[in-house]
Design a protein around this ligand. Structure first.
Ligand SMILES: [Zn+2]
Ligand SMILES: [Zn+2]
Length: 234
């Protein structure tokens, strides 16, 4: 695989997932097909989609630039052959778990550290009634901090073997789709089937109440660390 193909593949993965996020947002906001699945009763603020768009677009371009640029530089170290199922699953699950744990602690830190909350994370929490694309309605530093989890997972694998490019693409795709899903404010039956997978409601409550529920994929981290949303806490 050439460097050009690595860059193009990365652009396709990130662009496709974000185009999906845009279309999903459009239908969540402006059509009635998802209305019966909505978690919150509060109506969306008028013109919110247009208002959110510039920061969303900036982040999409920055994410694509940083991801494609990093993989371009790392090309020599990557395994670009089509992976066996064991390499694919082994590396994917490993990076995924490290990223999910990292997300929990980084997210919790952005709430407990007053400076980080005020200067970085508060932008994302302007979304009290989230819709799918608000997953990327964040200060650019926030998703950069979020990417450190994936970087740690990738770096640890590099110690023993090359990381497969298809694993990185699949990881990027799953992560984006999951983030789009938990910001959708829609509880669509059948989408929360993996054990301990956090429901849309989990993160929705986090946005609505700003209290607990810091986990992204596995809600078990909040259970273990005793940071689940508690309606009696202030
Ligand atoms: Zn938060
Ligand atoms: Zn969020």
């Amino acid at each position: 695989m050439t460097k050009f193909e690595i860059v193009m593949g990365t652009i396709v993965v990130f662009a496709a997932s974000n185009v999906f996020g845009l279309i999903y947002s459009y239908f969540a906001l402006y059509s009635s097909i998802f209305k019966r699945f909505r978690i919150q009763e509060k109506p969306y603020v008028k013109g919110i989609f247009r208002k959110r768009f510039p920061l969303y677009l900036l982040n999409v371009f920055l994410v694509i630039g940083l991801a494609a640029g990093s993989l371009y530089i790392l090309e020599d170290l990557l395994d670009t052959s089509f992976p066996s199922i064991w390499v694919l699953l082994g590396q994917l699950v490993f990076i995924f778990l490290i990223d999910d744990v990292w997300f929990y602690f980084a997210h919790r830190w952005m709430h407990e550290n007053k400076w980080a909350l005020k200067n970085i994370h508060s932008i994302h929490h302007r979304a009290t009634t989230p819709f799918p694309m608000e997953y990327l309605y964040v200060h650019p530093l926030e998703w950069m901090i979020g990417m450190i989890g994936i970087a740690i997972g990738v770096a640890l694998i590099f110690i023993v073997m090359p990381v497969n490019i298809y694993v990185i693409w699949l990881m990027g795709l799953i992560r984006n789709l999951h983030e789009i899903h938990i910001h959708s404010d829609l509880d669509i039956p059948g989408l929360n089937w993996i054990p301990f997978m956090s429901s849309t409601k989990n993160h929705d409550v986090h946005h609505a109440k700003l209290n607990g529920n810091y986990a992204s994929f596995f809600s078990i981290w909040d259970k273990v660390m005793k940071t689940e949303y508690n309606e009696h806490a202030k």
